[in-house]
Design a binder for this molecule. Sequence first.
Ligand code: 5GP
Ligand code: 5GP
Length: 232
Amino acid sequence: AVSSAEEFDFFYLVQQWPGSFCDTTKGCCFPDTGKPAADFGIHGLWPNYAKCKTRHDLLLDGAAPGLEMVTKRKKKKCWPEFCNNGEPLKIAAIADLLKQLEANWPTLACKSGKSFDFWSQEWKKHGTCSDLGQHGYFAASLGFKARHNLTAILADAGIVPSDDKTYFLSSIKDAIREGTGFTANIECNRGVDGETQLFQVYQCVDRAGENLIDCPLPMTGNCKDRVQLPAF
Ligand code: 5GP
Ligand code: 5GP
Protein backbone atom coordinates (compact mmCIF):
# COMPACT_ATOMS: atom_id res chain seq x y z
CA ALA A 1 0.00 0.00 0.00
CA VAL A 2 1.12 3.54 -0.68
CA SER A 3 1.77 5.38 2.56
CA SER A 4 -0.26 8.54 2.74
CA ALA A 5 1.54 9.84 5.79
CA GLU A 6 2.82 13.35 5.18
CA GLU A 7 6.31 14.53 5.80
CA PHE A 8 6.73 16.00 9.25
CA ASP A 9 9.65 16.67 11.59
CA PHE A 10 8.72 15.62 15.12
CA PHE A 11 5.78 14.84 17.37
CA TYR A 12 4.33 16.64 20.32
CA LEU A 13 3.20 14.24 23.03
CA VAL A 14 0.62 16.39 24.79
CA GLN A 15 -0.61 15.62 28.30
CA GLN A 16 -3.33 17.54 30.12
CA TRP A 17 -3.60 18.23 33.85
CA PRO A 18 -7.19 17.27 34.79
CA GLY A 19 -7.43 19.83 37.62
CA SER A 20 -6.74 22.62 35.13
CA PHE A 21 -8.98 21.18 32.41
CA CYS A 22 -11.86 21.14 34.90
CA ASP A 23 -11.21 24.49 36.63
CA THR A 24 -12.51 26.67 33.79
CA THR A 25 -15.84 28.35 33.16
CA LYS A 26 -16.62 25.53 30.74
CA GLY A 27 -15.98 22.83 33.35
CA CYS A 28 -15.53 19.15 32.61
CA CYS A 29 -17.33 15.82 32.79
CA PHE A 30 -15.96 12.48 33.91
CA PRO A 31 -15.90 9.58 31.45
CA ASP A 32 -18.42 6.75 31.84
CA THR A 33 -15.63 4.73 33.50
CA GLY A 34 -15.61 7.13 36.47
CA LYS A 35 -13.37 9.87 37.87
CA PRO A 36 -9.84 9.57 36.47
CA ALA A 37 -6.82 9.51 38.76
CA ALA A 38 -5.19 12.78 39.84
CA ASP A 39 -2.58 12.29 37.14
CA PHE A 40 -1.71 13.85 33.81
CA GLY A 41 -3.78 12.32 31.02
CA ILE A 42 -2.78 11.98 27.39
CA HIS A 43 -4.35 14.48 24.96
CA GLY A 44 -2.59 13.30 21.83
CA LEU A 45 0.55 12.57 19.84
CA TRP A 46 0.72 15.25 17.16
CA PRO A 47 2.95 15.19 14.05
CA ASN A 48 4.47 18.63 13.58
CA TYR A 49 6.57 20.62 11.15
CA ALA A 50 9.63 22.38 12.55
CA LYS A 51 8.75 25.25 10.18
CA CYS A 52 5.32 26.21 8.91
CA LYS A 53 4.81 25.31 5.26
CA THR A 54 3.31 27.16 2.32
CA ARG A 55 1.27 25.49 -0.41
CA HIS A 56 4.43 25.47 -2.53
CA ASP A 57 6.44 23.65 0.15
CA LEU A 58 3.70 21.05 0.44
CA LEU A 59 3.58 20.48 -3.32
CA LEU A 60 7.34 19.91 -3.30
CA ASP A 61 6.83 17.34 -0.53
CA GLY A 62 4.27 15.62 -2.72
CA ALA A 63 1.80 15.90 0.10
CA ALA A 64 -1.64 15.65 -1.43
CA PRO A 65 -3.84 15.03 1.63
CA GLY A 66 -5.19 18.13 3.25
CA LEU A 67 -3.88 20.41 0.52
CA GLU A 68 -7.32 21.52 -0.67
CA MET A 69 -7.74 23.10 2.71
CA VAL A 70 -4.54 25.10 2.42
CA THR A 71 -5.57 26.41 -0.97
CA LYS A 72 -8.97 27.42 0.31
CA ARG A 73 -7.74 29.20 3.39
CA LYS A 74 -4.56 30.52 1.72
CA LYS A 75 -2.84 29.87 5.01
CA LYS A 76 0.45 28.35 6.03
CA LYS A 77 0.19 24.92 7.54
CA CYS A 78 2.19 24.37 10.70
CA TRP A 79 1.33 20.69 10.97
CA PRO A 80 -0.38 18.07 8.85
CA GLU A 81 -3.82 16.93 9.95
CA PHE A 82 -6.64 14.64 8.85
CA CYS A 83 -4.50 12.51 6.52
CA ASN A 84 -5.40 9.23 4.83
CA ASN A 85 -9.03 10.21 4.14
CA GLY A 86 -9.95 10.21 7.81
CA GLU A 87 -9.32 6.49 8.24
CA PRO A 88 -11.50 5.53 11.25
CA LEU A 89 -10.05 4.01 14.40
CA LYS A 90 -10.99 0.37 14.86
CA ILE A 91 -11.50 -0.86 18.40
CA ALA A 92 -10.13 -4.28 17.38
CA ALA A 93 -6.79 -2.67 16.51
CA ILE A 94 -6.29 -1.51 20.10
CA ALA A 95 -8.13 -4.27 21.98
CA ASP A 96 -5.07 -5.17 24.06
CA LEU A 97 -4.55 -1.51 25.05
CA LEU A 98 -8.08 -0.60 26.14
CA LYS A 99 -7.48 -0.93 29.89
CA GLN A 100 -4.33 1.18 29.75
CA LEU A 101 -6.03 3.72 27.51
CA GLU A 102 -9.02 4.10 29.85
CA ALA A 103 -6.62 4.79 32.73
CA ASN A 104 -4.15 7.03 30.93
CA TRP A 105 -6.13 8.74 28.14
CA PRO A 106 -9.53 9.55 29.71
CA THR A 107 -11.93 12.05 28.15
CA LEU A 108 -12.88 15.03 30.31
CA ALA A 109 -14.93 16.94 27.75
CA CYS A 110 -18.68 17.10 28.29
CA LYS A 111 -19.46 15.22 25.11
CA SER A 112 -20.27 11.52 24.95
CA GLY A 113 -18.43 10.39 28.08
CA LYS A 114 -16.78 7.76 25.91
CA SER A 115 -13.01 8.01 25.90
CA PHE A 116 -13.03 5.98 22.68
CA ASP A 117 -14.56 8.99 20.91
CA PHE A 118 -11.63 11.15 22.11
CA TRP A 119 -9.08 8.55 20.93
CA SER A 120 -10.89 8.33 17.56
CA GLN A 121 -10.77 12.08 17.10
CA GLU A 122 -7.05 12.20 17.94
CA TRP A 123 -6.36 9.29 15.59
CA LYS A 124 -8.26 10.90 12.71
CA LYS A 125 -6.82 14.39 13.17
CA HIS A 126 -3.24 13.50 14.08
CA GLY A 127 -2.56 9.76 14.07
CA THR A 128 -3.45 9.35 10.39
CA CYS A 129 -0.53 11.67 9.56
CA SER A 130 2.01 9.54 11.45
CA ASP A 131 3.63 6.40 10.09
CA LEU A 132 2.77 4.46 13.21
CA GLY A 133 -0.45 2.63 12.40
CA GLN A 134 -3.33 2.45 14.87
CA HIS A 135 -1.78 0.07 17.39
CA GLY A 136 1.63 1.71 17.12
CA TYR A 137 0.19 5.18 17.61
CA PHE A 138 -1.56 4.33 20.87
CA ALA A 139 1.16 1.99 22.14
CA ALA A 140 3.82 4.67 21.58
CA SER A 141 1.80 7.32 23.42
CA LEU A 142 1.19 5.03 26.39
CA GLY A 143 4.84 4.00 26.41
CA PHE A 144 6.14 7.57 26.71
CA LYS A 145 3.68 8.40 29.47
CA ALA A 146 4.68 5.29 31.41
CA ARG A 147 8.42 5.90 30.98
CA HIS A 148 8.21 9.52 32.10
CA ASN A 149 5.64 9.92 34.86
CA LEU A 150 5.16 13.69 34.87
CA THR A 151 3.01 13.70 38.01
CA ALA A 152 5.78 11.89 39.92
CA ILE A 153 8.56 13.99 38.36
CA LEU A 154 6.85 17.18 39.52
CA ALA A 155 6.07 15.75 42.98
CA ASP A 156 9.75 14.80 43.42
CA ALA A 157 10.55 18.47 42.88
CA GLY A 158 7.98 19.52 45.49
CA ILE A 159 5.45 20.56 42.85
CA VAL A 160 2.25 18.99 44.12
CA PRO A 161 -1.40 19.78 43.35
CA SER A 162 -2.73 22.54 45.58
CA ASP A 163 -5.46 25.14 45.36
CA ASP A 164 -3.40 27.88 46.98
CA LYS A 165 0.27 27.30 46.24
CA THR A 166 1.92 28.84 43.21
CA TYR A 167 5.06 27.53 41.53
CA PHE A 168 7.68 29.20 39.39
CA LEU A 169 7.22 28.22 35.76
CA SER A 170 11.01 27.92 35.56
CA SER A 171 11.06 25.32 38.35
CA ILE A 172 8.44 23.26 36.53
CA LYS A 173 10.49 23.40 33.33
CA ASP A 174 13.66 22.50 35.22
CA ALA A 175 11.99 19.55 36.96
CA ILE A 176 10.76 18.15 33.65
CA ARG A 177 14.14 18.62 32.02
CA GLU A 178 15.90 16.89 34.89
CA GLY A 179 13.29 14.15 35.25
CA THR A 180 12.99 13.25 31.57
CA GLY A 181 16.35 14.39 30.22
CA PHE A 182 14.75 16.75 27.67
CA THR A 183 13.18 20.18 27.48
CA ALA A 184 9.41 20.42 27.06
CA ASN A 185 6.96 23.22 26.30
CA ILE A 186 4.28 24.28 28.75
CA GLU A 187 0.80 25.64 28.08
CA CYS A 188 -1.31 27.41 30.70
CA ASN A 189 -4.98 28.28 31.01
CA ARG A 190 -7.01 30.43 33.38
CA GLY A 191 -9.08 29.10 36.26
CA VAL A 192 -12.56 30.38 37.11
CA ASP A 193 -10.99 32.99 39.38
CA GLY A 194 -8.58 34.10 36.68
CA GLU A 195 -5.56 32.32 38.12
CA THR A 196 -2.87 31.02 35.76
CA GLN A 197 -2.71 27.22 35.76
CA LEU A 198 -0.37 24.63 34.27
CA PHE A 199 -2.68 23.10 31.66
CA GLN A 200 -0.69 20.97 29.22
CA VAL A 201 2.85 19.67 28.88
CA TYR A 202 4.20 19.25 25.33
CA GLN A 203 7.07 16.75 25.21
CA CYS A 204 8.85 16.34 21.89
CA VAL A 205 9.42 13.00 20.21
CA ASP A 206 11.53 12.09 17.16
CA ARG A 207 9.66 11.39 13.95
CA ALA A 208 10.13 7.64 14.32
CA GLY A 209 8.05 7.86 17.50
CA GLU A 210 10.84 6.23 19.48
CA ASN A 211 12.72 8.75 21.60
CA LEU A 212 12.19 12.04 23.37
CA ILE A 213 14.10 15.02 21.99
CA ASP A 214 14.55 18.60 23.16
CA CYS A 215 11.62 20.61 21.84
CA PRO A 216 12.81 22.38 18.68
CA LEU A 217 10.29 25.23 18.79
CA PRO A 218 9.66 27.77 21.52
CA MET A 219 6.07 28.13 22.64
CA THR A 220 4.37 31.20 24.09
CA GLY A 221 1.90 29.04 25.96
CA ASN A 222 -0.05 31.74 27.82
CA CYS A 223 1.81 31.17 31.13
CA LYS A 224 3.09 33.67 33.69
CA ASP A 225 6.20 33.50 35.88
CA ARG A 226 4.18 31.80 38.61
CA VAL A 227 1.50 29.21 37.97
CA GLN A 228 -0.82 26.96 39.93
CA LEU A 229 -1.35 23.21 39.75
CA PRO A 230 -4.95 22.94 40.98
CA ALA A 231 -6.11 19.86 42.88
CA PHE A 232 -8.25 17.34 41.02
P1 5GP B 1 -5.67 25.29 20.45
O1 5GP B 1 -6.12 26.26 19.43
O2 5GP B 1 -6.66 25.00 21.53
O3 5GP B 1 -4.28 25.52 20.96
O4 5GP B 1 -5.54 23.90 19.69
C1 5GP B 1 -6.64 23.29 19.11
C2 5GP B 1 -6.18 22.04 18.40
O5 5GP B 1 -5.30 22.36 17.32
C3 5GP B 1 -5.37 21.09 19.27
O6 5GP B 1 -6.16 20.28 20.06
C4 5GP B 1 -4.62 20.31 18.22
O7 5GP B 1 -5.45 19.33 17.63
C5 5GP B 1 -4.30 21.38 17.22
N1 5GP B 1 -2.99 21.98 17.53
C6 5GP B 1 -2.74 23.11 18.26
N2 5GP B 1 -1.43 23.37 18.31
C7 5GP B 1 -0.82 22.38 17.61
C8 5GP B 1 0.54 22.11 17.30
O8 5GP B 1 1.47 22.82 17.67
N3 5GP B 1 0.76 21.00 16.55
C9 5GP B 1 -0.23 20.19 16.11
N4 5GP B 1 0.10 19.13 15.39
N5 5GP B 1 -1.52 20.42 16.39
C10 5GP B 1 -1.81 21.50 17.12
P1 5GP C 1 -8.10 18.83 19.56
O1 5GP C 1 -8.20 19.73 20.74
O2 5GP C 1 -7.12 17.72 19.66
O3 5GP C 1 -8.19 19.48 18.23
O4 5GP C 1 -9.50 18.10 19.60
C1 5GP C 1 -9.90 17.45 20.73
C2 5GP C 1 -11.31 16.98 20.49
O5 5GP C 1 -11.55 15.95 21.41
C3 5GP C 1 -12.34 18.06 20.72
O6 5GP C 1 -13.43 17.83 19.85
C4 5GP C 1 -12.74 17.83 22.15
O7 5GP C 1 -14.06 18.21 22.42
C5 5GP C 1 -12.60 16.33 22.26
N1 5GP C 1 -12.24 15.89 23.61
C6 5GP C 1 -12.84 14.88 24.25
N2 5GP C 1 -12.29 14.72 25.46
C7 5GP C 1 -11.32 15.64 25.58
C8 5GP C 1 -10.40 15.95 26.62
O8 5GP C 1 -10.37 15.34 27.70
N3 5GP C 1 -9.52 16.94 26.37
C9 5GP C 1 -9.52 17.63 25.20
N4 5GP C 1 -8.61 18.60 25.03
N5 5GP C 1 -10.39 17.37 24.21
C10 5GP C 1 -11.27 16.39 24.40
